[in-house]
Design a protein around this ligand. Structure first.
Ligand SMILES: NC(=O)c1ccc[n+]([C@@H]2O[C@H](COP(=O)([O-])OP(=O)(O)OC[C@H]3O[C@@H](n4cnc5c(N)ncnc54)[C@H](OP(=O)(O)O)[C@@H]3O)[C@@H](O)[C@H]2O)c1
Length: 334
């Protein structure tokens, strides 16, 4: 869209990973076309990065066609629009929620990819990045609608890797674990307390963490194809295997300075809030992202048991020393 900057399209760019990716790609030298339904939020991000906001509903064929018509050339497509709705066992599955998840994550990705593929090939150096999830790797109880949709979205993406062999198009799948965005708010239908409970007491990835990795993949030399990148917070081993664990330090190298001071500020109130039956440590959403990038997180040593409503019960509060075996818990993660 501009003479000096290649065009990147990011779907679902009105919040979370998509908005952060739009910013990161702009910083990496792309002109970014941002698509989503909430045009006010899109316009804000676009104004910040000198990008272009275009309304997009990936579940609507006419909307996708109009969006594609507004994007005459495209070097990079980030298929990010998506999410989860609800969390019920298969026996109680809500068909509308399943339809939403498949329409948005699977058919939406298919539509946008089909619409922009000619421009990606014509660019002579195209790249399709699809944000699936670790839900595309494993099942978890009460998550079949989302894991099913993410598996299908992943298969669409991975199949293209072979079908486009010989064409000048790279394909990268990003598989994040727990990222603190509006994801859980959407999943739990606007229930902020339940959504906050998902991240409480541990350090999830941020949208910027994922955006960094997408920008890295997009800026490798043209012959380098990063096929799949799985990224999870240190506190997460599998979708349902997470821990508040012992205190752990999260710091980016340039932010190491001042770490000790922040640690001292952060440690006391958090360790004092942990008690059986309480909601435990300061909610992750109460902390600014910058704090999470350079701070000692979490109470001294805790087992946190998540329940199915996104709330939590602090099961143990042990000594300040890390336990010999890190306590782990079971809770559903995206
Ligand atoms: N957060 C996590 O833990 C996590 C982990 C693994 C994978 N993911 C995946 O990462 C992607 C981004 O999610 P997020 O965490 O950043 O959540 P988010 O903050 O809720 O962002 C979701 C984005 O998708 C857009 N979207 C939803 N339906 C759409 C539609 N019909 N048409 C166009 N855009 C639509 C939303 O915009 P509008 O509502 O304005 O349309 C929003 O910009 C999703 O595919 C999600 O499944 C998230």
């Amino acid at each position: 869209m501009t003479a000096d900057r290649p065009t990147a399209v990011v779907t679902g760019a009105s919040s979370g990973i998509g908005a952060a990716t739009a910013r990161a790609l702009s910083a990496a030298g792309f002109h970014v076309v941002l698509g989503a339904r909430r045009t006010d939020r899109l316009a804000e991000v676009a104004a910040e990065i000198d990008g272009t906001a275009v309304r997009l509903d990936v579940t609507d064929a006419a909307s996708v066609a109009a969006f594609a018509a507004a994007v005459p050339e495209c070097r990079l497509l980030v298929n990010n629009a998506g999410g989860a709705k609800g969390m019920e066992p298969v026996a109680e599955a809500d068909e509308d929620a399943w339809r939403w998840m498949f329409e948005t994550n699977v058919i939406g990705t298919l539509r946008v990819t089909k619409a922009l593929l000619p421009a990606l090939i014509a660019s002579g150096d195209g790249h399709i990045v699809t944000v699936t999830s670790i839900a595309a790797l494993e099942p978890y109880d009460n998550g079949a609608g989302y894991t099913g949709a993410k598996h299908a979205q992943a298969m669409l993406h991975r199949t293209l890797r072979g079908e486009l062999l010989g064409q000048p198009v790279r394909l990268t799948e990003i598989l994040p674990g727990m990222v603190e965005t509006e994801f859980s708010l959407v999943r739990f239908d606007g229930d902020a307390e339940r959504a906050d409970g998902v991240y409480r007491g541990l350090t999830p990835l941020t949208a910027d963490d994922v955006a960094d990795v997408i920008a890295f993949a997009a800026t490798r030399p043209s012959h380098v194809n990063l096929d799949q990148i799985v990224m999870k917070p240190r506190a997460q081993a599998l979708t349902r295997h997470v821990t508040a664990g012992p205190p752990h330090t999260v710091a980016r190298i340039p932010q190491m300075v001042g770490l000790a001071r922040k640690s001292a500020q952060n440690a006391a109130p958090r360790s004092s809030t942990a008690s059986a039956g309480s909601t435990g440590a300061t909610s992750a959403t109460d902390r600014k992202p910058a704090d999470r990038n350079a701070s000692t997180i979490g109470p001294a040593s805790q087992n946190v048991a998540r329940n199915e409503t996104g709330g939590s019960t602090w099961a143990t509060t042990a000594s300040a020393r890390p336990p010999s075996k890190t306590p782990s818990v079971v809770w559903v993660r995206p």
